[in-house]
Design a protein around this ligand. Structure first.
Ligand SMILES: [Zn+2]
Length: 220
């Protein structure tokens, strides 16, 4: 597990072992009041480095699921006593797709994998004012995708709305293309310095321009 300190309160934990078919990031924001862990990866072992990192922190840990896909929720059960926040559709889609996800992907699990659902859901937006952490609904990669904004350090986590590599900067879309276009437009109007996604490297604002170019080239 690679641990990258992005700035004073944003840390990215990346699983980049060569034998995996993709890299995977989970992201910690250490706020003033709470800590926030964005996604829980592949299971109990996957989140262990985060727990070790937070060993001496006395703040509450809030878990955020960016969307329902297995590689973002398999470690949820480790945080049963915590607030787990997601879009309302994320909770529904985990329930609907769990058996299939487990069937197909439990072989990629690390440690234990169990279903544990988000226990606080929202529709459009949710704000933690003491920490200046804002969750917004940004459908595109999936219908339940959200983004997490650290307004203090101008960091945004867009999960899988950015593709997995620079060659595939447009992600797989499991919902209406138009919703993705609207979300990209919204991103292009934001003044964020650091762009974190589920599987790509840590990026700068120009990544949104690159997505727009790729969309034009592929006549989106
Ligand atoms: Zn995904």
């Amino acid at each position: 597990m690679k641990i990258q300190q992005i700035n004073s309160r944003n840390i990215v934990f990346s699983d980049d072992r060569a034998d995996r078919f993709f890299d995977l990031n989970i992201h910690l924001i250490m706020g003033t009041k709470n800590n926030y862990l964005i996604d829980t990866g592949l299971g109990s072992e996957f989140v262990q480095p985060v727990l070790e990192y937070l060993e001496h922190s006395e703040k509450s840990l809030v878990i955020i699921n960016t969307h329902h896909h297995w590689d973002h929720v398999f470690g949820n059960h480790v945080f049963k006593d915590h607030l787990i926040v997601s879009h309302q559709l994320c909770r529904e889609l985990i329930i609907k797709n769990w058996d299939e996800m487990l069937d197909k992907y439990s072989k990629f699990g690390m440690g234990t994998v169990e279903q544990h659902l988000p226990n606080l859901v929202f529709e459009n937006e949710l704000y933690f004012p003491e920490d200046k952490v804002r969750l917004i609904y940004t459908p595109g990669h999936t219908i339940d995708s959200i983004s997490v904004i650290d307004e203090e350090e101008k960091v945004i986590n867009v999960a899988d709305n950015i593709g997995d590599s620079m060659d595939e900067i447009i992600p797989n879309l499991y919902c209406d293309k138009q919703l993705f276009e609207e979300t990209i437009k919204r991103y292009s109007e934001m003044d964020m310095e650091t762009w974190i996604s589920g599987h790509n490297v840590v990026l700068q604002k120009d990544v949104i321009g690159k997505i727009e170019e790729a969309m034009k080239k592929h006549s989106y």
